[in-house]
Design a protein around this ligand. Sequence first.
Ligand code: PLP
Length: 396
Amino acid sequence: MEERAYLDHAATTPMLAAAREAWLAQSEQCGNPSSLHTSGRRRRRVVEEARESIAAALNVRPSAVVFTAGGTESDNLAIKGLYWARRTDARRRILASAVEHHAVLDPLAWLEAEQGAVVDWIQVDRLGRIDLDSLTQALQRSDDVALVTVMWANNEVGTVQPVVEVAQVCRDAGVPFHTDAVQALGHVPVDLGALGAEAVTISSHKIGGPFGVGALIADPRQPITPVLHGGGQEREIRSGTLDAPAIAAFAVAVDHAVHGQQARAEHLIALREALVRGIRAEVPSAIINGDLGTGPDERLPGNVHATFPGCEGDLLLMLLDAAGIDCSTGSACTAGVPEPSHVLLAMGADPALARSSIRFSMGEGTRVEDIERVIAALPAVVDRAQRAGSLAPQAG
Ligand code: PLP
């Protein structure tokens, strides 16, 4: 198979060998963790040991860990479940950052369209960071706020949000706080005991575990209305037979994510700086988006997000793909028309420039050669994309 530079770790990252082994070992066993016989109880032990291991790594009690099928489900459960549990005629407001992932944005839009919610968007600055003062002000009148949701780190531009401060502001106001930590876990220090949020979303396949499993770390004192009804598993919040092999492998990945974080961050920051230097040297017109600080409160270590004026992001992606490089654009396609990313627009970007952007996201296995490959390919790729752009019919 052709060797490629895989720079899309924020989309998904390879499964760790140790996680695969844990999955394989469990896949050879039989038994439903809810069954009362010996095989069922054995399976239950695997699940509970995984729960304890994840809880210890994240510094929460095991009872806080609610297994789900991944980040999207956890976000839906947190947003809908907290809203339904707290909604009254007088309490229908939700405060959310303007740069959330669609797994949060779309449930919010649905709650507004169908369930009487009113979403107040907390705006971000040019780096993509929320305005804490606006949030504090919006919470001064907190009786009508059902929940606050602000992601820990942004999946497109890598900006890290001041979640510790947000959690404190929410605590002071007596309003539950949910944060989507899907991109943060494994890349910045994540101590959920110190954070004290009511609900935190994590996902396995973003940290070297298998697809289709994740968790909502949900404070047992905070009522959450279930989205899925059925057998009453997971504190009756999330029904469905537990996937013991996936959960065992997920626990291995969480442990690795938390305990290897510091060393990984140093490796990734060095690669990130090399890539930023290379982009600037080879394509001086490029704009690097987001916060360029190297601290864990500033930017995800493995994220580089760049705008190449005059180029369509989708074309850049295809040309880089042809050069053996996997990366991603932030734009979504609506009816075949590329839409500028809501994240870049919220950061004040011009819509045309927002469509000219590419995300490179690095992971543990990323090598210096991968970065060199991008830097070597970029001048010709950008030149071709710019020439194609200047030939395209202008909107009139
Ligand atoms: N939240 C964020 C910030 C993400 O980046 C993603 C995936 O891209 C998700 C949620 C969805 O997670 P999953 O793929 O596990 O459903």
